[in-house]
Write a protein that binds this ligand. Sequence first.
Ligand SMILES: *[C@@H]1O[C@H](CO)[C@@H](O)[C@H](O)[C@H]1NC(C)=O
Ligand SMILES: *[C@@H]1O[C@H](CO)[C@@H](O)[C@H](O)[C@H]1NC(C)=O
Ligand SMILES: *[C@@H]1O[C@H](CO)[C@@H](O)[C@H](O)[C@H]1NC(C)=O
Ligand SMILES: *[C@@H]1O[C@H](CO)[C@@H](O)[C@H](O)[C@H]1NC(C)=O
Length: 346
Amino acid sequence: MKGSLLLISSVILLTDVLSGCPPKCLCNRFLKTVDCRNQGLVEVPSHLPAETQILLLSNNRIQKISQSAFVDTLALKILDLSNNSITGLLPGTFKELQHLQILNLTKNFIEYVDNKTFSSLSRLKELDLSSNNILSMPGTLGKNTGNITLLSMKHNKLQKVDRLLLESLPNLKVVLFKGNFWQCNCQVFGLKLWLESFLYRGGISDSIICSAPDHRKGKDLLRIPYELYGICPPTASDVHQANALHYTSEHKSSPKLAHHNEHGGDSSRSHCEPKPKPRPVSLRHAIATVVITGVVCGIVCLMMLAAAVYGCAYAAITAKYHREKNSSGKEKRSLEEKESFERSLA
Ligand SMILES: *[C@@H]1O[C@H](CO)[C@@H](O)[C@H](O)[C@H]1NC(C)=O
Ligand SMILES: *[C@@H]1O[C@H](CO)[C@@H](O)[C@H](O)[C@H]1NC(C)=O
Ligand SMILES: *[C@@H]1O[C@H](CO)[C@@H](O)[C@H](O)[C@H]1NC(C)=O
Ligand SMILES: *[C@@H]1O[C@H](CO)[C@@H](O)[C@H](O)[C@H]1NC(C)=O
């Protein structure tokens, strides 16, 4: 009786700790909000209530976020980590947050963004990476991030951003670029084209102000005429692609495919390339066929040989039998003849 009471009370105590509010935080059970702002925290508090949907951690001194920091708060919709001291994000940190819609990382010291860090956040709508030290953005944020409507990259150390990254976010409404080290050389051409089309479709953006080369410093990317960018010298991959194009158009003589190849990347090229793989397969088939045929022929030959031997033996035996039978018959007959001859003589 006492033992079970103790058990019950300890269970109650445990659940209280588990679903309770971490020290230094204010929890609102009805709004499902945990507010830990301005508390000088150096890490994400553990034992957060599992039903938390809004977690406010701004204005603290969080430097590192462990991979398991959010494994108990799977219902999170808004996560505010702004104004902390985060220097990097492990690729799996936000992996489980399937309901996250707003992620605010502004005012930290992030230098590097991995292409896996946000890749599983399929509900993510707003991603604020402004005011960090980001040197380059990945080529993609992952194929599940297509719901992003706001992306802020302003006030970082970016020199360029891949047009493919922006093209992979079809629902983008607001994109912010201001305050970076934009290089307005021939490579920025794709970004200019994308931005013009984005603004034409009603997208909202601030301006991309060039910081290099020197003669374009302080100028707006959109106001520099196309002619002035110059054409980038072909890179090694361009040459390779051109060769592949030449090869396919020569060997397949399909103008549609070749045309597609010009615009598509690696994926479309792999469709057009001549397929070297079937050859070993058919070779293997041929070898198998030869082997099987050989075995079957061998068996048939052996059977024929056996039949021939058997036939010969049978023929020999029957011949011998007939000969014996004949000779015994002849003896009989000659005996009878002899008898009848003797009788006739008598
Ligand atoms: C950022 O957080 C610090 C405390 O860590 C605070 O003193 C400062 O005012 C905050 N900055 C802003 C802009 O809120
Ligand atoms: C991120 O937080 C800052 C304040 O810390 C705020 O000004 C900004 O609007 C927030 N960004 C988003 C996308 O909500
Ligand atoms: C992610 O980036 C790495 C190199 O940083 C690259 O090898 C990989 O292909 C990228 N993944 C995707 C899905 O783009
Ligand atoms: C966008 O979000 C919806 C749910 O709100 C989800 O079903 C869908 O898969 C998401 N789209 C992408 C591209 O991940």
